[in-house]
Design a protein around this ligand. Structure first.
Ligand code: HEC
Ligand code: HEC
Length: 445
């Protein structure tokens, strides 16, 4: 009789304290979940900030990736006939004209040794296909890049302002120049409305390219700031392919028939190494070559422009790159894209970057500390509530027991196997012990 009464009460005790700690646990769990969500959002940002700063170091590693996704013209839904992009204004020889001799195969086999590129070369490999030799573009479709580059020079800004009879402080001019530089870098990393992004360029390449752009735009003193980069042949091939060939050629897909070629199909980059060998590709790119097309296949001059500003070995680099890094169908978003954008921005403006870097770190630290403090407060409060509830309930049941003249219950709350407590005890040891002692004291009083 007494035994059953006792187990009833025990059940009731466990039940009630279960409810109380469930409430507390639920509350804590809810807030913990909320904080995890907040940190999930904040932590990647902070690690991106750290990656950003790490990226500024002297080691500027080049990681070569396959070319991916549809051609830039397809992406823009622009017809081959309605664009100046990738058009050099030169076409290859017709079917009757004899093809010139090529050195690529006979005297100049493909070389694997690194090459030195000047900013001018980077411009040639990356920008010239659309912006032309002098940066003039093909307005209105392709804007000239000269003025946006001139706007990155405070000296030219001040000159221009003075010429129009107005005044501007050096500081104001510097600010404007910095803004122009930031938007130029943003364009390179994210692209423009109709211009592809150049996120594949690393900081050193960007620095060399910018120095040449300034020279091209006639910024005073730019000639003395030219720098070079060392590149592997694969890298050269990658840059040409992504910036120039990918304008018209989609990365991967089916090899078109000669009938489809006649109807305007452009063979995907993934098919080029099957359609032709290295010297065939070199010839097509540097001098132009007739292609077989039509329902009744015959040789025709074709529509692909000639890139006579690319050397034979550079065209061979494209072939080699396509062989080693087979083009891929889908485009995957580069998770490090954002970080390298910031890194390049920083590279061009080191002083501002250092300030921003420490500001970033400060912000990250503040957020981390605030979150930590908040979690600690929440957990402490949760534990307190749980123990208050235990204390109250146990006092009640003790009173009930005393009324029945029964012995004291074993102390459930200090039992480490107690599931309700396990929910919070792991999170905060300190207050639990204090509270437990407190509770024991009060319970036995
Ligand atoms: C596939 C063609 C293409 C390539 C390659 C290309 N651009 Fe552009 N660029 C454009 C087009 C189109 C515009 C104008 C529309 C727009 O802003 O998107 C443009 C605009 C610009 C402008 C802005 C002009 C203005 O008035 O604001 C700059 C600067 C520029 N390009 C720089 C570059 C640099 C540097 C490179 C090489 C790293 C490059 N572009 C490569 C197509 C290209
Ligand atoms: C302005 C658009 C355009 C650009 C840019 C372009 N191509 Fe082409 N390409 C074509 C077209 C169109 C064809 C189809 C054949 C033709 O009309 O000449 C073609 C065909 C080819 C072929 C196939 C030749 C054959 O005999 O089957 C090769 C190889 C090739 N391109 C390589 C390249 C490489 C490498 C680049 C970058 C350096 C490049 N193309 C850039 C438009 C372009």
């Amino acid at each position: 009789m007494l035994g059953s009464r006792r187990s009833d009460l025990t059940a009731e005790f466990v039940n009630q304290s279960g409810n109380a700690s469930e409430r507390a646990c639920g509350w804590v769990a809810w807030l913990t979940a909320l904080m995890s969500l907040v940190s999930a959002v904040l932590l990647p940002a902070s690690s991106a900030a750290v990656a950003d700063h790490a990226h500024n170091g002297p080691n500027n590693q080049v990681s070569i990736t396959s070319v991916e996704g549809e051609s830039w013209l397809n992406h823009l839904h622009r017809d081959f006939g309605d664009t100046s992009m990738g058009k050099t204004g030169r076409l290859g020889p017709g079917p009757d004209e004899p093809a010139a001799d090529l050195h690529a195969e006979s005297t100049q086999p493909f070389s694997h040794s690194p090459v030195t590129l000047h900013g001018q070369d980077l411009y040639r490999l990356n920008c010239r296909g659309c912006h032309g030799e002098f940066g003039q573009g093909a307005p209105p479709e392709i804007a000239s890049l000269i003025n946006p580059v001139r706007a990155t020079s405070s000296r030219l800004i001040m000159q221009r302002v003075k010429a129009s009879g107005m005044e501007m402080s050096r500081k104001q001019a510097d600010e404007l120049a910095q803004q122009s530089m930031a938007s130029l870098l943003q364009r390179l990393h994210q692209g423009g409305q109709d211009m592809p992004s150049f996120s594949q360029l690393n900081d050193d390449e960007i620095r060399a390219l910018l120095a040449y752009l300034k020279q091209l735009a006639g910024v005073p003193g730019a000639e003395r700031e030219q720098i070079t980069v060392r590149e592997s042949p694969e890298r050269v091939g990658e840059l040409i392919t992504k910036a120039t060939c990918h304008t018209c050629h989609t990365a991967a897909g089916l090899n078109p028939t000669s009938k489809q070629l006649m109807e305007g199909a452009i063979p995907p980059l993934s098919t080029l190494t099957a359609r032709t060998n290295m010297s065939g590709l070199v010839r097509k790119v540097t001098q132009g070559a007739a292609v077989t097309m039509g329902a009744q296949p015959m040789l025709a001059a074709g529509r692909m422009p000639v890139f006579d500003y690319l050397s034979e070995s550079e065209a061979a680099d494209v072939y080699d790159y396509l062989m080693r890094y087979p083009p891929r169908q889908t485009s995957v978003v580069d998770p490090t894209g954002a970080a390298s954008t910031d890194a390049a921005l920083a590279a061009a403006n080191q002083a501002a970057s250092t300030q921003r870097a420490s500001a970033d770190q400060k912000a990250v630290m503040i957020v981390a500390w605030t979150s930590g403090l908040f979690i600690a407060i929440v957990l402490t409060a949760g534990v307190r509530i749980t123990f208050k509830e235990f204390a109250r309930l146990s006092a009640e049941s003790d009173a009930a027991f005393a009324a029945n003249g029964a012995a004291r219950f074993p102390t459930h709350a200090t039992d480490p196997a107690e599931p309700e407590l396990a929910c919070v005890s792991a999170a905060d040891e300190e207050p639990q012990e204090g509270e437990a002692a407190d509770w024991k004291r009060r319970a036995s009083a």
